[in-house]
Write a protein that binds this ligand. Structure first.
Ligand code: F6R
Length: 615
């Protein structure tokens, strides 16, 4: 959940590290720090500058204590062990060894006790500092840094992405990965390490994606990777990412979230590119192993947060189109049950980052029961993508880097991927005619244009936001596939504006939430025509009768809805199954503008981190 960046080459490391951290700040942001090496006669010394709070505070601290040199490491922290203060900020240093670490060392308390007994003094409350001491101790018997790091890793249980800097071995960085993401970016006469691709995308698009158990040594010219399980050197392929550096820029928008909302038509175009081929007659899903889908009798969709919501929408879609039994589960719940899944249950894990700890653990649990596992992921070669690639495959969403903590473009691209998958399954199971399949593909291809239309209504949505900005609570309602959209709308509002919001199935209103309705509890309702429309209209009359204010999301020419609504956000005419994808856009804009008016930190809301790599 924290961010790591490392550099060695000929350029001043401080600038590269700081810029990398700025691009990673979304991963975690309660403190940050840098460490670099400089040569002082024949000796090298380490300069460490750390600061609590956001990166600007580190930037300030660097003015009085700069980090010179062209080799260094940096970190942004999201506290798991110890308060977010300077003392606990990374890097951690002892005896010439400096480390940054993401993840959690589960046995750190035992290790710390042993290390304290042999006279080691700790200066922080973090689990990470244990690494620095373990390596320093190991170096007493094993002067080679790489082997000393390996010896230290053997003592540690838990998740780590680790980078080590050593004053006595100044020409290289050592890094290691287990269950936390880490990539090596390859430059010309310089190399980079990062927990996340956007950190160094400005400098390179060529990467080694480390695997769990990898230990690597980097000089400015060479990267060597070992598998610590087999004790062998590994030839990991160099992969070139499609993301471009500008994709990780705000590009004139005030916030990444705003940029990402407005990027959604482009993102969907990329999701569909090469996959909608009318000559083939069904979506072409290149990395999905279709044979693994043939004998299934059930689908289980797993995810967390927004990704769970896209799974919920897909349940309606798969059941309707492919006539297959579908369940959706929160990954964090599934993994702690004794789930009934088998080789006929297709598991679909949905994850933007591909690194969410609960989703990965749930997948592994399901795989043990013999279930084929398929991933819908945004980040190339992420842990979840890799796990599924060797099983039922991966469907990349191709949304481009999503930097805003609140997920937007990842969600809609997930929905489009799931829709394409539903069509392939429907075709495989003989549940859809060639004509209907073609019509569905045409519907998908129109989404970007329809989204452009919706995004033009931003000013109107902003005015609505102005009217409701001071509310303390909001209720979101929807039926059928719009129920998860209501959940998603409520999640967007609460996470970025800190307004309490709840999503409900509209039909459940009478079973409890109606008691909350009064003029201070606005109700945001999805009310597009189609199945359930009349029922939703009755719900709205009930809200109105109790003095509740109604903000509706509906079709542009729906006068009946307009008459019952206090405010309305409109959608263009579109097929029923496309409308859930479209209707989330006004909800994203509403949440964005309410948050902006309330002055919250939209891209980095309090307490949140972009990828949740701890449980
Ligand atoms: C909400 C949000 C989170 C994520 C969740 C899962 O806006 O971003 O709820 O959806 O943490 O993350 P991924 O999709 O990376 O597994």
């Amino acid at each position: 959940m924290c961010g790591i960046v490392g550099y060695l080459g000929q350029q001043p490391a401080q600038d590269i590290l700081l810029e990398g951290l700025r691009r990673l700040e979304y991963r975690g942001y309660d403190s940050a720090g840098l460490a670099t090496l400089t040569r002082d006669n024949a000796q090298h010394t380490t300069t460490i500058t750390r600061a609590p709070g956001k990166l600007n505070q580190l930037q300030e601290a660097l003015k009085s204590k700069p980090c010179p040199g062209s080799t260094g490491i940096g970190h942004t922290r999201w506290a798991t062990h110890g308060k977010p203060n300077e003392q606990n900020a990374h890097p951690h240093h002892t005896d010439g060894i400096t480390v940054v670490h993401n993840g959690i060392i589960e046995n750190h308390q035992e290790l710390k006790t042993v290390l304290q007994k042999i006279g080691r003094t700790f200066s922080s409350e973090t689990d990470t500092e244990v690494f620095a001491h373990l390596i320093a101790e190991a170096k007493k018997n094993e002067p080679d840094l790489l082997l000393a790091v390996k010896a230290a890793l053997e003592k540690v249980d838990g998740a780590y992405a680790l980078v080590v800097l050593d004053e006595s071995d100044p020409e290289r960085l050592i890094c290691a990965k287990n269950a936390s993401p880490l990539v090596i970016g390859l430059g010309d006469g310089e190399n980079f390490i990062a927990s996340d691709i956007p950190a160094v995308l400005k400098y390179t698009r060529d990467f080694h994606f480390l695997e769990d158990g990898d230990l690597a040594s980097l000089t400015a010219d060479k990267v060597t990777i070992w598998d610590t399980k087999t004790h062998t050197e590994q030839q990991r392929p160099v992969k070139t990412v499609e993301w471009s550096p500008v994709m990780a820029e705000k590009d004139g928008h005030e916030h990444f979230m705003h940029k990402e909302i407005f990027e959604q038509p482009r993102a969907i175009t990329d999701t569909l590119r090469g996959r909608i081929d009318f000559d083939v007659g069904e979506p072409v899903l290149e990395q999905v192993h279709l044979d693994k889908l043939q004998n299934i009798d059930r689908i289980l969709l797993l995810g967390c947060g927004t990704s769970y919501h896209s799974g919920m929408v897909a349940k309606y879609l798969f059941e309707q189109l492919a006539r297959v039994h579908v369940e959706v589960d929160l990954a964090s719940e599934f993994r702690y049950r004794n789930p009934v899944v088998d080789e006929k249950t297709l598991i679909i894990a949905i994850s933007q980052s591909g690194e969410t700890a609960d989703t990965l653990a749930a997948l592994k649990e399901a795989a043990q029961h013999g279930s084929p596992c398929l991933a819908i992921c945004n980040v190339m070669d992420s842990a979840i993508a890799r796990f599924c690639d060797a099983r039922a495959g991966v469907l990349y969403t191709r949304a481009g880097p999503e930097i805003g903590v609140a997920s937007t473009k990842a969600f809609v691209t997930q929905l489009v991927c799931l829709h394409m998958l539903a069509l392939v399954l429907a075709n495989q199971r003989g549940q859809i005619s060639a004509e209907n399949l073609k019509a569905e593909m045409v519907d998908l291809a129109r989404i970007p244009r329809e989204m452009e239309e919706i995004l033009k209504s931003e000013n109107a949505v902003q005015e609505i936001a102005e009217r409701y900005q001071h509310m303390d609570h909001m209720l979101y309602l929807g039926r059928g596939p719009f129920f998860p959209i209501a959940l998603e709308g409520a999640l967007k509002l609460k996470e970025i504006s800190y307004v309490h919001a709840e999503g409900y199935a509209a039909g459940e209103m009478k079973h409890g939430p109606i008691a909350l309705i009064d003029e201070n509890m606005p109700v945001v309702v999805m009310a597009t025509q189609g199945p359930g429309y009349d029922k939703v209209m009755s719900n709205l009359e009930e809200v109105k009768a109790r003095g509740g204010k109604i903000i509706s999301v509906g079709l542009e020419d729906d006068e009946r809805l307009a008459n019952v609504s206090t405010d309305m956000m409109t959608l263009p005419q579109a097929p029923f199954w496309i409308l859930p994808i479209l209707s989330v856009l006004p909800l994203q804009m509403l949440a964005y503008h309410i948050a902006k008016l309330r002055g919250t930190d939209i891209d980095q809301p309090r307490n949140l981190a972009k990828s949740v790599t701890v449980e």
